[in-house]
Ligand binder design. Structure first.
Ligand code: ZN
Length: 347
């Protein structure tokens, strides 16, 4: 049965829209606002907001994907200092996920690791706005905020994780490094493939994924277009909100957990080895890899001990929803522990 289709209610789209943020936050001048900012973003973008009611906190996004500890510490700090009414997340997928998590943890008791899973958040979060600066992760559209917990990499999957408003402004994406552009762009490509080939898809989310896949493929087979990639990232994200990811994400979480490999890169390493599931899409992916002249890490399986393989396999086996989406309710018959290890050993 189709789920209720979820989307972000208010979006400001277009070059130069950052300065119109007050249109997304009622009584902007009077609100206590905290910006959580990817530390790589030049602060010049925020000069225009230098008013008393805005505090800026930077998140060290390039140092690794966010942890539940980081979110809990940040939440404590923000609670003590600012007690804000609005959180604004600005940056790549990791920073957006931190902003989403903090907005939830400001109104929910305990530790953020207790909310990793599906629909565990009880209290409505505070208002949050997302401003992506690196297109592809789809975090701006999604109902998840992915964090490393003490033992697992898992999302806070909840309607409360969704932003209340977005600014999609390609002026903020002028100076992206080539590798980052590619790996995050491929996250979008893989979201679309997993959504389109999954069993949870319906015509509405299919149309989103098809268009996003087109735009994304154009950017990496022909010429990169930041405006189109913002749209692709958003539509690809919206498509998986209303379907699910698949085998590639289920396996890539294990890699990221053990070796702290970034999500976009981990996805690419896995996806290259999933020809038997995603045939033509993998072929196209390899073409895009060539055209963009990107070299993926090779032979990483030489570092896999028995224990590591077991932990990665266990992580994958916890990804029930993505694997049900990809392979149907009897996925355990296909994606056995032996099969998972076999795929990992190809990497
Ligand atoms: Zn992803």
């Amino acid at each position: 049965m189709n789920k209720v289709f979820k989307n972000i209610p208010r979006i400001l789209f277009g070059k130069g829209t950052l300065c119109r943020i007050d249109e997304l936050i009622y009584s902007f001048e009077k609100k206590r606002i905290v910006f959580i900012l990817d530390h790589r973003i030049p602060s010049v973008y925020l000069e225009q907001f230098k008013t008393k009611n805005i505090d800026i906190i930077t998140f060290p996004a390039s140092k690794g994907e966010p942890t539940t500890n980081q979110v809990d510490n940040l939440t404590e700090k923000i609670k003590k200092n600012n007690n804000p009414e609005v959180i604004v997340g600005m940056g790549g997928g990791s920073t957006l996920d931190v902003a989403k998590s903090v907005s939830i943890m400001l109104t929910n008791p305990g530790k953020s690791e207790n909310y990793q899973g599906w629909d565990l958040v009880k209290n409505p979060p505070i208002h949050k706005i997302g401003i992506p600066t690196l297109p592809g992760s789809g975090s701006e559209a999604s109902r998840t905020a992915v964090l490393f917990g003490p033992e697992k990499k898992f999302g806070i999957n909840s309607d409360y994780s969704m932003f209340d408003g977005l600014i999609l402004d390609s002026d903020l994406m002028k100076t992206l490094p080539k590798d980052q552009k590619f790996f995050t762009g491929m996250d979008c490509y893989i979201h679309c493939v997993e959504s389109l080939t999954g069993t949870f898809i319906n015509s509405l989310s299919k149309t989103y994924a098809e268009k996003a896949l087109d735009l994304c493929t154009n950017s990496f087979l022909k010429k990169y277009n930041a405006d189109e990639m913002i749209v692709a990232s958003y539509l690809g994200g919206a498509s998986i909100v209303n379907s699910e990811v698949g085998i590639c994400h289920a396996l890539s979480y294990g890699l990221s957990l053990e070796f702290k490999i970034r999500h976009g890169i981990a996805n690419c390493i896995v996806f290259k080895n999933l020809g038997e599931f995603y045939d033509d899409h993998v072929e196209k992916f390899i073409k895009m890899l060539d055209i963009s002249n990107i070299k993926l890490p090779e032979n990483i399986s030489k570092n896999f001990t028995k224990d590591i393989l077991k932990r990665m396999t266990n992580m994958t086996l916890q990804m029930d929803k993505p694997l049900t989406n990809a392979l149907g309710v009897n996925w355990k018959k296909i994606m056995t522990p032996k099969k998972i290890e076999e795929i990992y050993m190809k990497m």
